[in-house]
Design a protein around this ligand. Structure first.
Ligand SMILES: Cc1ncc(COP(=O)(O)O)c(C=O)c1O
Length: 405
């Protein structure tokens, strides 16, 4: 078994310096870094077998197509969903949610119906449904939180037959809350409600088993799982495949085209108009192989240890408040610092080589719940070390001292 030290060596960017300081990269909830195995796969594709997919019958086109389709199978295997549904390639988690809204929900939503989401959501799993409700005259409702966890009693009451979709994140990108999605899905299924899971923050920590988690849709982004940007996936359960309407039109998604009418291909092709980001998808396949080789159980334990260490370090700084106290937290911690604006904080921290995120985290409702408009977020990944976290805490303390003078 390779040590974490050896695994860290796979990430060339972690050897970089920023502002003449060794980089301490702690913004993994925004995007993760790519190991050389993934970069090499991408370079190899462009160097050796680039050809547009599902179009040509020349060798390069066929090789590209075979590699891309192998990744689709790989993703289904990763989700343990080979018999459960299909994977549509998208540009990311945001695109996956928008696809469900346009292709599935829009045709079903009537005035007075309800779409239910939660206070923990990223805007990608919030504004999408809110706007669709406005368009269709439906009601947009939000399950509240208590201390960073979803209020499950409120959820139970709000999940009724009038709800036409429940959209929920598996992990909060602000508080790190690991949501009990299994319980929510069971509640929704009792009322026959389709469920969309936003797994954007979850899948870098753990693998899902869609043969036991009965969600209908699940979306995520490759760039948060050591893969490239511009690639995402949407899992669609078998029973909805026929119902999915094409929502973008063009090449690759049709069956027969005549002047008077067009018929469309089956899903996934029906929902993948135009040339997909096939080189990115192929590189994402290498990222999945990479994560699987390390093992998700090992990754989960490692991130749990790093997160617990980071949380303790932060709590030991008197000026720091860690937002929320969810029962289970993945590798995401947001903080407020007494008397210091988050933007000043992050820009000074950057001067010392550390990368942390500042802003509303594209999740204004939950940030506002803590009386703030902006926060600072620290999000470790398995390639980080305790020493880096110690260094980041030291930088934080120095910057606070500097800014409070
Ligand atoms: C929980 C969550 N959902 C959705 C997204 C959107 O992902 P993307 O911008 O890759 O589409 C993010 C990105 O930070 C996220 O954290």
């Amino acid at each position: 078994m390779r040590t974490w030290k050896e695994i860290r060596e796979d990430f060339p960017i972690l050897k970089e310096t920023v502002n003449n300081q060794p980089l301490v990269y702690l913004d993994n909830a925004a995007t993760t870094q790519m190991p050389k195995q993934v970069i090499d796969c991408w370079v190899e594709h462009y160097t050796k077998y680039n050809g547009n997919v599902h179009r040509g019958i020349h060798t390069l086109a066929e090789l590209s197509t075979a590699h891309m389709e192998a990744v689709r199978e790989n993703v289904l295997g990763f989700l343990n969903a080979k018999d459960e549904g299909q994977i549509v390639f998208t540009s990311g988690a945001t695109d996956s949610a928008n696809l469900v809204a346009q292709s599935f929900l829009k045709q079903r939503l009537r005035p007075g119906d309800i779409v239910l989401t939660t206070e923990l959501e990223h805007h990608a799993n919030y504004v999408v449904w809110q706007q669709m409700c406005l368009e269709c005259g439906a009601q947009f409702q939000v399950i509240p939180t208590i201390d960073g966890d979803l209020d499950m009693d409120a959820a139970e009451k709000m999940i009724t037959e009038n709800v036409k979709l429940l959209a929920v994140t598996a992990v909060s990108n602000v508080l790190g809350t690991i949501v009990d999605i299994q319980k929510l899905v069971k509640m929704a299924k009792r009322c026959g409600i389709p469920v969309f899971i936003d797994a954007a923050q979850a899948l870098r920590h753990e693998a899902f088993d869609l043969s036991t988690l009965d969600c209908d849709f699940l979306g995520f982004s490759a760039h948060k799982m050591m893969g490239p940007t511009g690639v995402g996936c949407l899992f669609i359960r078998n029973k909805w495949l026929e119902e999915m309407k094409p929502y973008r039109y063009g090449g690759g998604m049709v069956d027969i085209v005549k002047e008077e009418r067009t018929s469309f291909a089956d899903v996934p092709a029906r929902l993948e108009a135009g040339t997909p980001n096939y080189s990115g998808i192929i590189a994402f396949g290498a990222a999945l192989d990479y994560l699987n080789e390390i093992g998700f159980e090992r990754i989960y334990t490692r991130e749990e240890e790093l997160t617990a260490h980071a949380e303790q370090l932060l709590k030991d700084i008197p000026e720091v408040t860690v937002l929320g106290s969810p029962a289970h937290r993945a590798g995401v911690l947001s903080i407020l610092v007494d008397g210091v604006h988050p933007y000043d904080l992050a820009s000074f921290i950057d001067k010392f080589g550390a990368a942390v995120r500042t802003g509303s985290m594209c999740a204004q409702p939950i940030v506002r719940k803590y009386g703030a408009e902006t926060v600072t977020r620290i999000s470790p990944a398995f390639y980080n070390t305790n020493e880096e976290l110690d260094k980041a805490a030291e930088i934080l303390q120095n910057v606070i001292r500097l800014l409070k003078k």
